[in-house]
Design a protein around this ligand. Structure first.
Ligand code: ATP
Ligand code: MG
Length: 173
């Protein structure tokens, strides 16, 4: 099942990440694809804030993987940690294990940016999210918010078989 969510603003992109924080749990893998400036980091910021993780979520471009320790969700309950990966710098997801992260992937939600092309090689359960800017080509530096966006979500594997992603459609409504 593929679910499409309209993202009329950066806040809507953050809200989608926040809504997913209620569904995602430790050990989950999210593969985030989308062109330059599509909103991948914005999405991850919304997710990280709602999970309550420590530290500022920003682009992982120059660091391969950034680890955010678990913290308290806005409702006071303890959330999982967040591992934010730039797959572009990684040969494949199997190299994730070789990074020798402090956090264990079992205790964290792992978000991989730029996962396109790697996803086919995966056999694990995963949530694939594609952020699409239909009018967008390259990011317009003068006007980074330009271009109507939407997200398509697809759960793969038994972990996602019984999860109804339709509840995420247009979370801002
Ligand atoms: N749904 C949206 N509508 C309008 N603007 C948005 C939306 N989502 C994100 N933005 C804006 O688009 C810009 C780029 O977002 P972001 O940095 O999250 O993209 P990215 O996919 O991580 O880019 P990169 O490929 O450089 O990593 C930011 O200014 C952000 O506020
Ligand atoms: Mg980014």
């Amino acid at each position: 099942m593929v679910v499409t969510v309209d993202l009329p603003s950066a806040d809507a992109t953050r809200a989608l990440g926040a809504a997913l924080a209620d569904i995602l749990r430790a050990g989950d893998l999210v593969i985030l694809t989308g062109d330059l400036g599509a909103g991948k980091t914005t999405f991850t910021q919304g997710l990280g804030a709602a999970l309550g993780v420590r530290g500022h979520v920003s682009s992982p471009t120059f660091i391969v993987a950034r680890e955010h320790a678990a913290g308290l969700r806005p409702d006071g309950t303890r959330g999982p940690g967040l591992v934010h990966v730039d797959a572009y710098r990684l040969g494949g997801l199997d190299e994730l294990d070789a990074l020798d992260l402090d956090s264990s992937l079992e205790d964290s939600v792992t978000v991989v940016e730029w996962g396109a092309g790697l996803a086919e090689a995966l056999t694990e359960d995963r949530l694939e999210i594609e952020l699409v800017r239909p009018r967008g080509g390259l990011l317009d530096l003068e006007n980074p918010e330009a271009g109507v966006r939407h997200a398509t979500l697809r759960g793969v594997g038994p972990r996602w078989a019984d999860i109804d992603l339709k509840t995420l459609a247009n979370p801002a409504d």
